[in-house]
Design a protein around this ligand. Structure first.
Ligand SMILES: Cc1ncc(COP(=O)(O)O)c(C=O)c1O
Length: 402
């Protein structure tokens, strides 16, 4: 079986983790802080806080911004549950909107969904392809949007408009107008989950890029404290002589990254651009070349003059399939020894969100994209022979079913 997305675990990773294990410091410490600095330099934003997952990072930011009951957060219907669940955890209402042909949130739909209760917009870079941040930022800074924004906390007053919080779980390293994700909007959250381009087994990072008058270092400190039970000194600081006494300044959370995770992340990040992304790009290009001249398929948009994907998920679509036919297609590809996937079943189709009153009928583009989607394997260790086999199997199944 050709697997879908195994992590890249080689001797370098094993050695790095072993060094951390024997260093005498295994929780948040020097490796995590170093990883944060490297991520800040890579993304081109102002400061980075590493956390235990992207979900934790997104929720921490929502809570920092004061999102709670009575508030609305605009998200795409076409995403993974984490994007919506964190809004629900805060007691706020996720407001779902439809997507475009590129799988990403429709900016026009965002404009129509904004109300005086909207506090945050969470665009998701599906499969690693960046959303239209220029358009989203311009929309939210327009006088009409600024005028209806109702600030209820200090942070909300300071920003004076809706916060753009990018769910960049898929898109570390993606580029728009020569800037990487991290520096495309106010706050960006990466995921380092096991299947992601850059993994730390589990993990995430909050990339701060807030405009004046915010002090991003200060916000880093506030979020860091929030990620550690509201404790005003971390474990490493407390080990310094005479520095044992700490205070609890709020009832915070517990979602810090450990140095074992950072030990993986440091190796992954050092070889991300020149190695990992290069290979992923070759695989995307090979799939695009194989399927772009075959009218039974639609190849996803992944590189234009202004945008470049992070080559995370290759979102192939069957041009004319129904959901049932696509499901049969996926089953048949699997039965021939190739693991494929579907990203994603839109949230209005999930029991919890259906029970909240969402209906997929309101999101025709998301539904049509989902019905026809089939994600092909992409990862560093996938060989050229395996890529050729994936293409061969997909074509075989297309000849049988389409
Ligand atoms: C779009 C999206 N957002 C958020 C997440 C959550 O990431 P994590 O598992 O690091 O919490 C995922 C994870 O798959 C995702 O796909």
């Amino acid at each position: 079986m050709i697997p879908f997305s195994p992590p890249r675990i080689d001797q370098k990773i094993v050695d790095s983790v072993a060094e951390a294990l024997t260093s005498g410091w295994i929780t948040t410490g020097p490796r995590t802080k170093h990883f944060e600095q490297q991520l800040t330099a890579y993304g081109g934003h102002q400061a980075t806080l590493c956390v235990s997952s992207a979900s934790a990072g997104l929720e921490l930011v929502l809570r920092w911004f004061g999102v709670g009951p009575g508030d609305e957060v605009i998200i795409p219907a076409y995403t993974y549950a984490a994007t919506a669940n964190v809004v629900v955890h805060c007691g706020a209402m996720p407001v779902m909107v439809d997507s475009g042909n590129d799988f990403n949130i429709s900016v026009e739909a965002i404009g129509k969904a904004v109300t005086p209760r909207t506090k945050v917009i969470m665009p998701v870079d599906l499969g690693g392809y960046p959303c239209d941040y220029d358009q989203i930022n311009a929309l939210l800074s327009s006088p009409e949007m600024v005028n209806q924004f109702t600030a209820q906390t200090q942070e909300q007053s300071k920003l004076g408009r809706i916060l753009v919080l990018s769910d960049a779980a898929h898109s570390i390293g993606a580029i728009m107008n020569e800037k990487r994700t991290g520096s495309l909007c106010d706050i960006t959250v990466y995921s380092f989950h096991a299947v992601k381009n850059l993994t730390t087994a589990e993990g995430g990072a909050i990339c701060l890029n807030l405009p004046h008058p915010f002090d991003n270092q200060m916000v880093y400190s506030v979020l860091n404290t929030k990620s550690l039970h509201g404790q005003n000194k971390d474990a490493l600081a407390k080990t310094q002589i005479g520095n044992w006494k700490y205070d609890i300044v709020e009832a915070g959370y517990k979602c810090n990254m450990t140095d074992l995770q950072a030990a993986i992340g440091l190796v992954e990040l050092a070889r991300y651009e020149d190695d990992n992304l290069v290979r992923r790009r070759q695989i995307f290009d090979a799939y695009a070349a194989a399927f772009s001249n075959d009218d039974r398929f639609l190849v996803p948009e992944y590189r234009t003059s202004s945008k470049t994907t992070s080559y995370h998920v290759f979102l192939l679509r069957l041009a004319r399939a129904t959901e049932e036919l696509r499901d049969a297609f996926v089953a048949s590809v699997f039965s021939k020894g190739v693991a494929v996937n579907v990203h994603f079943r839109p949230l209005p189709m999930m029991t919890f969100y259906r029970n909240m009153g969402f209906s997929i009928a309101q999101f025709p583009v998301a539904y049509s994209n989902y019905c026809r989607e089939i994600s092909l394997p992409v990862y560093f260790d996938l060989t050229d022979d395996q890529v050729a086999r994936v293409v061969e199997v997909v074509r075989e199944v297309a000849n049988e079913l389409l």
